[in-house]
Design a protein around this ligand. Sequence first.
Ligand SMILES: [Fe+2]
Length: 136
Amino acid sequence: MTIPLLDGSQKLGETTFDEQNQELIDTFNMFSKACQEGECGDVIFNVLKYLNRYVSEHFSYEEALMQVFKYPRLEAHKDEHARFKEDVEKYSESLAHYESLEDLAIKVYRVFLKWVINHVRKEDKDMIRYVKLRTG
Ligand SMILES: [Fe+2]
């Protein structure tokens, strides 16, 4: 399953934020393609490395932005970030213990797909809409 590039409605118009979001979609699509070709075990190390950076850099950037604009669903949104961060940490820690990288990659792929569909395409989109309304 390949997720299309972000459309205009999901762009904030702020370079760093939009680039971070685009990088997430690009990484997901690369991972998705590798899995379809039966090669997700080969890229899992790089995917987890990227996701660790995403949950620290992008989440703090996004949470600071929500704070500035007094986003009403800030706490609920942060809880979702915290849960995904826990998943990323859990799978990163287990990397060394997996006999099959492909098994691990398939688990991470399912979590990543859910994240893009349920959080990035819904919660983040709502937040972007809210901020855009206040910045014109
Ligand atoms: Fe978010």
